[in-house]
Ligand binder design. Structure first.
Ligand code: BGP
Length: 481
């Protein structure tokens, strides 16, 4: 009797995911494919950066070979089967499909690679979730201004149309852009990511506008020209951490930071009114005026653009890793007389030293922040369907990754709490299926459920302890308390 009672209690404690919930893992083209110049592929901005300024990456490495997924894709699909995934999120390399960047010439070998990968996955009933743009812009387009050139709206939508035509018969889940904030703020405003333009408070906002319009145009092309016959979903993936006010006095500031981070992309798409968040428009206009600009440095959308962008995502794609605290330390406030995104926000955030976390300095294990963020998305944007398109933890390597397991369990628990509160979270994607080239840190930080041996020619993949745990979560559709 005692025994069966324990079993019943144990069962009761297991937290179940809803029947419709989907589990996957993710990667991105530049981070895993390698074959950087194979079979007609031309250079993108990450090839350009890592070849011209190799040591701008922590270990002076690059994605020339990476995980060699271009050749090892069958092993990748085998791992998806081992994990029992419902879907796998990967991205397309624009240069591999369109070597001139434009649809005048389609590279058959590149198309064949994605067909092979997609068909191999479908053989085992693993659904593809395909990102059109995960940061590897054709260098040729960058030379013409990249995301700061309004022509990119057409360049991107022509590329998107080709992808829908080529793969849309089998791909039913599309993501237009991965993390516009990292593209624009870190790539055009700062010098963190390619193309490292470092024109803060100006180029980043131009990029913001063009990337949102480009996304929306691709959305409407799919919606009108392809959805009727192909019947899939399409949306955008935003990155956001949670920002917690340290005291009551910091509540407004924390909200300003959230609006400048997630809101600048979420508000135009998911709010009832559309357009950039009011606080962003006000602050940038005021700062611009004080700096002698006749107009705000934040470009305006036309009323037609506002309408085109509003509602242009079937789901709220969210990449979430960590959180921070907001508190203003007046004594260390720097006054800028030149444009600057961080000065436009005018706030300060930090991560307390007692927060523990992964190998990446910014990645602290704060599951309650995830819960608060999901609740905030439900409240601000009328409870949209949320797809967690990335969540994960970094180590320095090794197969025994108990801290990654604790992180994943903690975040999935927070996700279940949010679902119980009424949040419409439908999908969870672990970043990453396997170790890969990390944008700033090369191969020094490892995010994989599978470890990759970069010394071996095959880039041998070995499951970590977390792979077995994730497999069990996916199989049982449940989480231990
Ligand atoms: C996300 C990216 C991923 C992945 C992850 C890890 O922002 O979408 O591609 O790289 O972050 O972070 P990082 O590469 O900055 O260490």
């Amino acid at each position: 009797i005692c025994e069966s009672k324990t079993v019943i209690e144990a069962r009761h404690d297991v937290r179940k995911f809803p029947d419709w919930f989907q589990f996957g893992t993710a990667t991105a083209s530049y981070q895993v494919e390698g074959a950087w110049d194979a079979d007609g592929k031309t250079p993108n901005i990450w090839d350009h950066l890592t070849h011209n300024d190799p040591c701008s990456i922590e270990d002076c490495q690059n994605g020339d070979i990476a995980n060699d997924s271009y050749n090892q894709y069958k092993r990748d699909v085998e791992m998806m089967r081992e994990l029992g995934l419902d879907f796998y999120r990967f991205s397309l390399s624009w240069n591999r499909i369109l070597p001139t960047s434009f649809p005048d010439k389609i590279n058959e070998a590149g198309v064949q690679y994605y067909n092979n990968l997609i068909n191999e996955m479908l053989k085992y009933n693993i659904q593809p979730m395909v990102t059109l743009y995960h940061w590897d812009l054709p260098q040729k387009l960058q030379d013409m201004g990249g995301w700061t050139n309004p022509h990119i709206v057409d360049w991107f939508s022509d590329y998107a149309r080709v992808a829908f035509e080529l793969f849309g018969d089998r791909v039913k889940n599309w993501i237009t852009i991965n993390e516009p904030r990292e593209v624009c703020i870190q790539g055009y405003g700062e010098d963190q990511k390619a193309p490292k333009l470092k024109i803060s408070g100006v180029a980043d906002y131009l990029c913001d506008k063009n990337i949102l319009v480009a996304h929306a145009k691709a959305y409407h092309i799919y919606d009108k020209e392809f959805r009727p016959s192909q019947g899939g979903t399409i949306g955008i993936t935003l990155s956001a951490g949670w920002v917690e006010p340290e005291t009551e006095n910091d509540i407004e500031m924390a909200e300003t930071v959230r609006q400048f981070e997630m809101g600048q992309y979420a508000h135009p798409i998911f709010s009832k009114t559309g357009d950039f968040p009011p606080v962003m428009k006000e602050r940038i206009a005021a700062k611009s005026a004080a700096q002698g600009f006749k107009r705000s440095r934040l470009p305006e959308f036309t009323p037609e653009e506002v309408e085109m962008i509003r509602g242009s995502s079937d789901f709220f794609g969210l990449n979430h890793y960590s959180s921070s605290m907001a508190h203003k330390n007046e004594s260390s406030v720097v006054q800028y007389d030149v444009p600057s995104y961080s000065d436009d926000i005018g706030a300060q955030t930090y991560q307390p030293t007692h927060w523990s976390g992964g190998a990446s300095f910014w990645l602290k294990d704060v599951p309650w922040g995830f819960y608060k963020l999901l609740t905030k998305i439900r409240e601000d944007y009328d409870n949209p369907p949320v797809f967690i398109t990335e969540n994960g933890y970094s180590t320095r390597g090794g197969l025994n990754d108990d801290d990654r397991i604790a992180y994943i369990r903690g975040y999935l628990n927070a996700l279940l709490d949010a679902i119980e509160e009424g949040c419409d979270v439908q999908v969870y994607t672990a970043w990453s299926l396997m170790d890969n080239f990390e944008w700033l840190m090369g191969y020094t930080e490892r995010f994989g459920l599978y470890e990759v041996d970069y010394e071996s020619p095959q880039r041998t993949r070995t499951p970590r302890k977390s792979a077995f745990v994730y497999k069990e979560i996916v199989r049982s559709r449940a989480l231990d308390p």
